[in-house]
Design a protein around this ligand. Structure first.
Ligand code: PMP
Length: 490
């Protein structure tokens, strides 16, 4: 053994006693059992044929979940923010204008990211807080600013609002604007129809209604890619009736070695209501600005075999995350989108009815602006205290043997001194056997508000594995207990 003097001693890293809460915040969410099992699958590498089967399944699963026929569909390594970064930096060039109708934290994040890329940003606000935008409001902003892109959050987990997207793609395209959408908190819980709505770039995350782990973000770019790519390939062999598109040096290198060439897109690719269907893809493959290596979709498309049977090493994908994402998408496909949407809608309606019956009020005033799956609630007391109590209001039961008889006494305990959930056996001062059981009365994790809702509301998520009437009842009753709206349940 080499003799090196270690200046830093080995730390003691050991497991602590920990009672997993029921995860009912806006994410991360509890895993579906099948996803947890898939997450523990053995590590594989691109050298295994199975690796590409998993990738193929994931791409098909994303196409179904997003309802898109685009081929430019893959998962980015990283959480939802990685998806946000990928969509923004691949679709907008420095100096271009991004319009961000802002109603919550994620729009603010998008603005921040865009500025870091040198993208100019304009914003509009909703006329009233905790509402959504009308198409008229969005159109007048599009007309005024004529941006290259419009970024909008579909389900905003910071406010609990859901933005209607139907018709927005057509509006954006009328003004020559690409539509970029955050579907992190809505995918799987709310209808998302990427192609029908004319969305040009969308990203999600695994840790919300898909009930998977964070760390891998499904992403899709518009382009009825089959048609477009077929025409693009045809164009390489030089058909007539074409509009020229210059490939950037980077795209060129990534596709065909180091020769500079000019490619053409047949006019046919713009027919049949597909005038803008290839916009995002066309922009990506013809851009002249550089994007960060890690998020460069022209490389990622090759790694994910989006078009051809390419083999390209970009970075090491995490195979446990790939297996987990595949399991999430398989779960969604088996349940089917309409059933998953209906389940989330029914559970949310039930939860809201229970909360109303307990006397809670909602932050989002208009029911039509409310999301399924994530609800912002006015707790009637200080938000952080409410959240902490729901998590850690502890109880402690002492079971003693007194003159041959077992006796049980339950009391509220200071959660910080309750010793965590568990059971201890000891003798009391008189030598009697004493069993102390500690636990949390509710042990439910919800979260305080974020961004515009910080200190104002709490956020409750009933999604994926936790979108059930039983969980809704448990959470509603526990919330009422903590708020003192109902007698405590033992
Ligand atoms: N967008 C929305 C709507 C979200 O709810 C979140 C996460 N709460 C994000 C983006 C960012 O995702 P992540 O934390 O996985 O990076």
């Amino acid at each position: 053994m080499a003799s090196h003097r270690l200046g830093v001693p080995a730390p003691i890293i050991s497991d602590r006693q920990f009672s997993k809460p029921l995860m009912c915040g806006p994410g991360p969410n509890d895993l579906y059992p099948a996803v947890a099992a898939a997450y523990a699958a053995p590590v594989i590498s691109p050298a295994c044929a199975e690796y590409y089967k998993v990738i193929e399944d994931i791409r098909a699963g994303i196409q179904y979940a997003f309802q898109t026929r685009s081929n430019l569909v893959l998962a980015v390594s990283g959480s939802g923010h990685a998806g946000m970064e990928t969509v923004i930096c691949n679709l907008l060039a420095p100096g271009e204008l991004l319009l961000v109708p802002s109603r919550g934290l994620w729009d603010e994040r998008a603005k921040d990211m865009a500025r870091r890329y040198g993208i100019r940003v304009e914003t509009i606000k909703t006329s009233e807080p905790f509402t959504t935008f009308s198409l008229e409001e969005l159109e007048s902003a599009l007309e005024r600013h004529r941006p290259a892109g419009l970024f909008i959050t579909h389900g905003d987990s910071s406010t609990g609002t859901l933005q209607t997207l139907k018709g927005l793609g057509d509006l954006c395209h009328k003004y020559d604007t690409l539509l970029l959408v955050d579907i992190v908190a809505s995918l799987g819980a709310e209808p998302v129809l990427m192609d029908e709505w004319g969305v040009d770039g969308a990203y999600a995350s695994c840790q919300k209604a898909l009930s998977g782990p964070a760390g891998v973000a499904p992403v899709a770019f518009s382009a009825r890619a089959d048609a477009y790519y077929a025409s693009w390939q045809k164009a390489l062999s030089g058909p007539a009736g074409v509009a020229p598109v210059a490939f950037s040096a980077r795209a060129e290198r990534s596709y065909s070695g180091c020769r500079r060439r000019v490619c053409v897109v047949p006019e046919g690719a713009e027919q049949a209501g597909r005038a803008f269907s290839a916009r995002a893809e066309a922009k990506i493959f013809s851009r002249s600005h550089d994007v960060p290596f890690y998020f460069d979709i022209t490389f990622l498309a090759r790694q994910w075999k989006c078009y051809d049977d390419t083999f390209f090493y970009h970075h090491t994908l995490s195979s446990p995350l790939l297996f987990a994402l595949r399991a999430c998408l398989s779960q969604l496909a088996q349940e089917s989108l309409p059933r998953a949407w209906a389940r989330h809608a029914a559970v949310t309606a039930h939860f809201h009815a229970r909360l109303r019956a307990h006397g809670f009020r909602f932050l989002v005033r208009r029911p039509e602006d409310r999301m399924n799956a994530i609800t912002t609630v006015l707790p009637g007391m200080e938000c952080n205290t409410f959240v902490a109590e729901l998590r850690s209001k502890a109880w402690s039961t002492e079971v003693t043997k007194d003159r041959g008889e077992w006796k049980r006494k339950t009391c509220c305990a200071d959660p910080h001194n309750a010793g965590g959930a568990g059971r201890r056996r000891e003798k009391d001062s008189t030598g009697f056997i004493l069993i102390i059981i500690h636990g949390y009365r509710h042990n439910i994790m919800i979260t305080p508000g974020l961004g515009p809702t910080a200190g104002v509301a709490v956020r409750v998520g009933l999604m994926g594995a936790n979108a059930s009437a039983a969980v809704a009842d448990r959470v509603a009753d526990a919330m009422a207990d903590v708020a003192g709206l109902r007698n405590a349940t033992e």
